[in-house]
Design a protein around this ligand. Structure first.
Ligand SMILES: Cc1cc2nc3c(=O)[nH]c(=O)nc-3n(C[C@H](O)[C@H](O)[C@H](O)COP(=O)(O)OP(=O)(O)OC[C@H]3O[C@@H](n4cnc5c(N)ncnc54)[C@H](O)[C@@H]3O)c2cc1C
Length: 366
């Protein structure tokens, strides 16, 4: 039987790693499950190169940074140096992190929780959800399309194969540029197909210029405007494939003709943007409350906010939510009343939430 951790932490950003470090310091057993290739993947993916990281603190916040070891320095440093510092820190403290593990669900079980991931399930007494605010969108197709990549860590993986990139914006274009470059370096002429559900692609001038250069240098790219991913299926050889419809010919007899292409899922990259964590809260059965007129100051009317205690415990017992995942505001239950609580999306907030939650868990676990 697999071990039961005191705390399972989903997401290895500032919130998750602060929680991990505090568990480590206080002798709680814990494991961080991070979907990226490395810790702080959320920051690595969203900050522009060379961006300075500020130790920003909300004006009215009374507390200092409660985990000094992970706070950005007062004199701002680039995101690259901050990431390098954090990586050294995690190695030095030997924090227990597994990367490349995607969180999927939580099931209740006797004496705790079972956290289901892409790499199997893990048992914990408590779970902290610290997966941030940028959850990659899933392809909505019939069947399973989980094997489709969301970005490219290593473009050389696509050398020698026909690759499909889905999405009409800058991220998709950047992925294509990287793959074309890798292919060009080894004279690989296999095409990259670029599919988008709309008829036009929408990239900024600078990205379009870089893409244009790659094409002029021989990049083999085939555009598939108006194409929609339809089915995730397994072929007779056991290969997971994605079927994408590229044309529909409506016939007068009511029988439509389709042109479709089928790619092995491991050759597909879907750059279709990100969404907030609401779909995950719904899937987990974590309760949210909709803002009605006059109730919320930060959120808009109709927005649904997650309902949490002052210790960040959700309506699912033993499941806590912290950091960017509950920004810019959540509904707080306090002494019988419920009110919107401001929660700025900052490293400070992520770190200090982790401190509060680990203190609460320590008390509960005795
Ligand atoms: C461009 C930009 C600049 C910013 N600059 C600053 C600044 O200077 N100072 C400041 O204080 N704040 C800044 N922020 C905000 C700050 O980065 C966030 O508040 C902070 O990163 C939130 O931390 P977090 O741990 O909650 O989430 P994240 O940092 O988003 O970390 C969440 C982690 O969870 C992982 N994850 C997601 N889904 C899953 C899953 N299903 N399974 C497993 N793991 C998962 C992600 O890969 C990620 O590593 C900036 C934000 C942006 C976008």
């Amino acid at each position: 039987m697999s071990a039961q951790y005191d705390v399972l932490i989903i997401g290895g950003g500032p919130a998750g790693l602060s929680a991990a470090y505090l568990c480590h310091k206080h002798g709680l057993s814990y494991l961080v499950l991070e979907s990226g290739k490395a810790i702080f993947q959320g920051i690595a993916n969203t900050y522009p190169e060379g961006k300075l990281v500020y130790a920003s603190k909300p004006k009215d916040a009374p507390d200092p940074f409660m985990v000094d070891e992970l706070r950005p320095p007062d004199k701002p440093v680039t995101v690259e140096s901050y990431l390098q510092y954090v990586q050294h820190f995690v190695q030095h403290e030997n924090l227990n992190v597994q990367t490349d593990v995607v969180f999927e669900d939580i099931k209740d079980e006797r004496g705790g929780l079972s956290v289901i991931t892409s790499k199997g399930s893990f048992k914990g007494k408590k779970a902290i959800l610290s997966f941030g605010s940028n959850i990659p969108r899933e392809l909505s197709v019939y069947g399973d399309a989980k094997m489709v990549a969301k970005n490219v860590e290593d473009a050389s993986k696509y050398i020698g194969v026909k690759t499909l990139v889905i999405g009409g914006g800058n991220t998709a274009a950047d992925v294509i540029i990287n793959i074309l470059k890798a292919k060009r370096e080894v004279n690989d002429t296999q095409p990259v197909y670029w599919a988008h559900k709309a008829e036009t692609f929408d990239v900024n001038k600078e990205t379009a210029q870089r893409l244009g250069e790659e094409i002029l240098l021989g990049g083999n790219i085939r555009l598939l405007p108006g194409a929609t991913p339809r089915i995730g299926e397994v072929d007779e050889e056991g290969v997971d494939r994605l079927v994408i419809r590229i044309n529909v010919f409506q016939q007068s007899d009511g029988v439509d003709l389709y042109h479709a292409m089928s790619f092995p899922m491991q050759n597909v990259i879907a750059c279709i943007g990100s969404q907030g964590p609401l779909p995950i809260f719904d899937k987990l059965g974590v309760q949210t409350i909709a803002c009605t007129a006059g109730v919320c100051k930060i959120a808009n009317e109709g927005d649904r906010l997650v309902l949490l205690t002052s210790d960040f415990e959700s309506t699912r017992k033993g499941v806590y939510v912290i950091g960017g995942a509950i920004s810019p505001s959540y509904m707080r239950i306090n002494e019988g009343s419920i009110a919107e609580e401001k929660h700025p999306n900052l490293i400070y907030t992520a770190i200090n939430d982790a401190y509060r939650v680990v203190e609460a868990i320590r008390q509960k676990l005795g």
